[in-house]
Design a protein around this ligand. Sequence first.
Ligand SMILES: *Cc1c(COP(=O)(O)O)cnc(C)c1O
Length: 481
Amino acid sequence: MTHPSRITQSSGPEKSPPKVNLRELPSVESAIAQLSKTSPLPQAIIANAVRSEVTRARETAQQSGTCAPRAEIIAAIETYLRRIELSRLQPVINATGVLIHTNLGRSPLGKRTTDFLASLAGQYTNLELDLTTGKRGKRGGYVETALAALCNADAATVTNNCAAAVMLILRHLVTPERNEVIISRGELVEIGGGFRVPEILECSGATLREVGTTNKTRASDYQNAITERTALILRVHRSNFFLGGFTDDPDDQELTAIAREHKLPLVCDLGSGSMMATDKLAPIEHEPMPSEILAGGADLVCFSGDKLLGGPQTGVIAGRTDLVAGIKKDPFFRAVRCDKLILATLQETVTAYLESTTKGTTPDVPVTTMLAMKLDDLKQRANALLVQIQTPLADAGISATLIDTTARTGGGTMPSSSMPSVAIALVGSAASLTPDQIITRLRESEAPLIAYIENDRVEINLRTVFPFQEQALIRTILSLT
Ligand SMILES: *Cc1c(COP(=O)(O)O)cnc(C)c1O
């Protein structure tokens, strides 16, 4: 039998592994000890990083014949550890002007909600205990009642997110005999975060029955597509794009009449689903409200809890009692149910809306407050900020000015709507920092500030910055000097 190493050797002298000096390779123990002095990360994470980088460096050295200098290997581990450290979930200052930013965790919560959450999280709760009988109770009973009241719906329930809500609705309504879902070609959208309507439909076992064209779909297109295999009519809010030019959407009333005539459920995925008339809060479009869509004849609506509602990541389903009850019986519902912290968060958010309606006030929901903020107030805050940073920045070769700009709701809501905003614009002199360097420094600072570049200058959009973050904002900006 030939030893494997013989084969390698006999295939020619040029193939034999080169002799490498591995003395530069740090010992695992010394590297861990050294890096633990500078990195705040738990030692187990540091140790794993060291082991894998030292192994990688050894393999590279054996292949290439030269070993990277020790300092370079340590620096590579440091860079990696810094990245892990920054990836830890932490608060950031959103200076993008995008109110519902999926990368930034969508909606921040109101103070009432966070206070409640803080007190609840460390104690036992009545999650599944009926305090009136002392027996096992229904999870989410209160929030379902409150959501139904808020949406003016017969019934409501909650899932992990809106994607799960759509999936559950389809699973419930689609049967092997009736598996076709009629949807307009103009609504086969992909929403940020990889939610593709056609893929969700297929996942649920439904067959797509596309009608109309990208820009024009009429009620008659739906009418003509109905067969004995039709399970439901689905409408999806276009969310992150808008159609301009020659367009046609079916008239809601006509579509409702068609669905009724054929005894087919009409389901609307609203995406955001605002509880307030957005056009009354800001100079922007009117975002469809669940109560309006249900009053218009839809059998079910669903929407995300962390978009314009301003709550936690959830998917709300509201509408006909029998359909909601049926959906809750699906074993899949158990797999996408919400945790108690999420239910508590949603409960407080929804209650804030209900109470504000009674009192005639605006609810303590940050996204709505930001949406409704008057430009003059924003400018006043901006001016007060500018005086605190302008001189030190100028000394460091960075000019800071106030500019008029716009903010957007984002998060797949009202894609064509923007509202006036104000930004601090930063420009470094030739000897100072480039715009890219500035946004990187701001982003990697102790209170990470997320800004953007527009027309070669860095814009710090103030509509999405909370007043309580202003001191941190100033510190972060001044860290550039
Ligand atoms: C955002 C959105 C979704 C996905 O909601 P998630 O809560 O992120 O799962 C689905 N449909 C529409 C129309 C949306 O805008």
